[in-house]
Every structure is written in C-alpha cells, then in structure tokens.
Write a protein that binds this ligand. Sequence first.
Ligand SMILES: Cc1cc2nc3c(=O)[nH]c(=O)nc-3n(C[C@H](O)[C@H](O)[C@H](O)COP(=O)(O)OP(=O)(O)OC[C@H]3O[C@@H](n4cnc5c(N)ncnc54)[C@H](O)[C@@H]3O)c2cc1C
Length: 377
Amino acid sequence: MATSWQSACEDCRQGYGGSLKVNNHFDFMIAGQGLAGCLLARRLRQDGASCVLVGKSIPKAATPVAAGIMNPITGKRLAKSWRTEPYLAEAKNFYRVMGKEWGETLLHEGHILRFPRNEKEIALFRKRKADPLYNPFLGAESPPCHWTAKGWTDKFGSYEIRGVSWVDLEKVASTIRREFQEQNIFREEYLEHKDLEMADDGIVWKDLHATCIVFCEGAKVLENPWFQFLPFGPSRGETLDLQGTKETTDFILQSRYWLLATEDGSLRAGSTYDHDGLEAGATSMGQQEILDGLAGFLSNDFSVIAQRCGIRPSTRDRLPVMGRHPKHPQIALFNGFGSKGATWAPSLAKHFASHLIERNELDQEVDLLRFNEGKPR
Ligand SMILES: Cc1cc2nc3c(=O)[nH]c(=O)nc-3n(C[C@H](O)[C@H](O)[C@H](O)COP(=O)(O)OP(=O)(O)OC[C@H]3O[C@@H](n4cnc5c(N)ncnc54)[C@H](O)[C@@H]3O)c2cc1C
C-alpha cells in the first residue's frame, strides 16, 4: 500500500540519520496501552500499517478499573447515549468476533433491572417507553414490592433497560498487549514527553522512529505539552470487588449504583464520580458511598475484597477527541472516551485508523480541531 505518509519517511526506512536500523522504523508509535491505545494499535496493523506500542500502567489508569458495561440508556434523564444504535451494534459484534478469535467469551449480554429513585423517574420511564426511538431499549415495568421475596427494595417499582452488554476491558487490553509482546512490538515503558525528538519526517524516541506518534494516554493527557489547548474534564471513579450472595449473572441491578455478577463468580459494584479530587486514590468515603448506595435497594451483606480507583478521560463536551496536532502533523491524539470506552472505542479506532492511514476525512464531531477556536479547519 503506497500512501503519502509512507513515502514521507523514505530516509528513515534506509536508516534514519545513518544510525537507526530499518526495523526500528514504524509508521505509527502508540503511546499508552489502555483500551484506546490497544484497540487503535491493533486496528492500524490490521489495516496494513506498522506499529509499535509503548506504555506502562500507572496508578489510576481507567481500563483496569472499568466494569465495561455498555448501556444504551444512561443518567437521570434516561437519555440515549451518543450514537447508541450504530456504536453499540458495532461494539457487540467486535467483541464477539475477537472473542471467537481468542477462544474466549468476551461479550456478556443481558439487561439492567433498575430501581427508580422516585416517582418522577418512573414517569419519565413511561414517557420514554412510549417513544419509538427509546422503546427497543426499554423493557417491562414491575409494580412496587414485586421483588420483596428476593430482598430487593423496590418502593417505586422497577423496570428493565434492554440491549445491555459488558466486557472485561482489561482482559481485552492485556491480550492485545501480549499479542504485541510476542511480535516484539510492545515496549513496557513510560514515554517521557521531554525525550521525544521531532524530525521533519516524524518523531524519534530512544532507538525508535515513527512517522507519527499517537498519544492514547487517558487522563495523563493533562500533562501532555502538545495538547494543553484541549478542554479535558476527567473524573475519578471508584469500584468495589465484593463477596456475598450471587444474585444473578444475566442482569445488572442498578439504582444510583450498580451491582454486576461476573462470569468468574465475583461481584463488582460502582461507581463514584469525583471531578475535583483527582489526586486522591481509593478512599474509605468512596467505599462507604457505594455500600450505602447498594443498601438502598439490596438487603445483602457484602464484604469488600478489593477497591479500585481510576480516572475517566472525559472531555468538557463529553465526546471523544482525536486528530493530528494542528501545527505538528507527526503528533496525534486518540482520547476522551470518558465512561463509554467499551462502546465507542471499537468504531472510533476503525474510523481514526482509516483517517491516519488513508487520510480519509475525520468525523468533525470528534475532531480535536473543534476546540482549536479561531484556527481554520
Ligand atoms: C470507575 C470507572 C468505571 C468505569 N466503567 C466503565 C464502564 O462500565 N463502561 C465503559 O465503557 N467505560 C467505563 N469506564 C471508562 C473506561 O475505563 C475508559 O473509557 C477507557 O478505559 C479509557 O481507556 P484509555 O486507554 O483512553 O485510558 P486508560 O485506560 O487510562 O489508559 C491509558 C494508559 O496509558 C498509559 N500512559 C499514559 N501516558 C503514558 C506515557 N506517556 N507513556 C506510556 N504510557 C502512558 C497509562 O499508564 C494507562 O495505562 C470506567 C472508568 C472508571 C474510572
């Protein structure tokens, strides 16, 4: 495949600066090995580009903490998430196919049983259910006290959110890292921005040269000197691994907080949202908040076996963000997956890879230039 980004680096292919070996040249270097970096790196290789993945897990990375829930209807407003229909369908298919390839069941499908917090919510549910755009995602409503025998508190009744799935995101990312490791194209290192050298035809980091580096740093983007103009609004979140009665494996129980029984028999619960205290780790307050939240609709006794804390890499407009740097086209970014990485990242990794490789037009809604006010597109 002959493309403009390849020919730009012909010098390098022949031995950059006379010192680098040809096999240290890559079309793309991906910095950050969470869900975003792993899915993008894998997609770039599938589409014919050479790629090296550089990354080291740091405390509060999002992927190991996420429950990987893909929920079409979220929040107090019971609103459909951005591009729910196409992205959810593509994500489900993506994890199903990848699971088959790896001989594992990655995708778990079911529904959410939601306990509304007040009368207003149940009224909103009924309104939404009557809307043909929402109806496919909203299931049966049950009256108050329907679940009393189970010990669940359903003072305002309950209802189902359908078309919900969940995926172990850390398993996805770690399996992709292993694939890269086996091919000697994964460097388990932290890339310090100051060690990156700009070349006319790309970038150099240590002994590696690439035509383009794509930063997939999650919330660490806040320290990236090239992308300070982007308005990130990350939030810290905590989840718990619990031991207790296993309620069910094919649906998630949810009110303000959720409880998910995973395939391996463990229970996960979450999650908190904190936009101000990003520097904190897992807190006793966070733990109590989740346990109190669960106690609002469950009578079970749980013991906490682990507590996790991560930072969701959200943007101010709550949409993902990607593209090449407006002044340095050899530097790009793929980020902003907030609390929707599981659903959004598969479709957008494919879209962004085609933009990077083929120079196909970038979707303006996710283009980082939407934040580059006053500059011509
Ligand atoms: C509590 C919580 C619950 C969540 N629940 C869900 C959910 O149910 N469903 C869902 O879809 N999403 C959920 N999410 C969000 C999901 O985790 C993210 O959307 C997704 O994981 C983001 O992936 P990422 O690769 O962009 O970031 P990260 O996972 O943070 O990965 C970035 C990685 O890059 C590394 N890195 C950063 N800078 C560098 C550098 N310079 N050099 C080398 N390595 C670097 C970091 O160490 C990190 O490992 C949740 C998040 C949290 C915190």
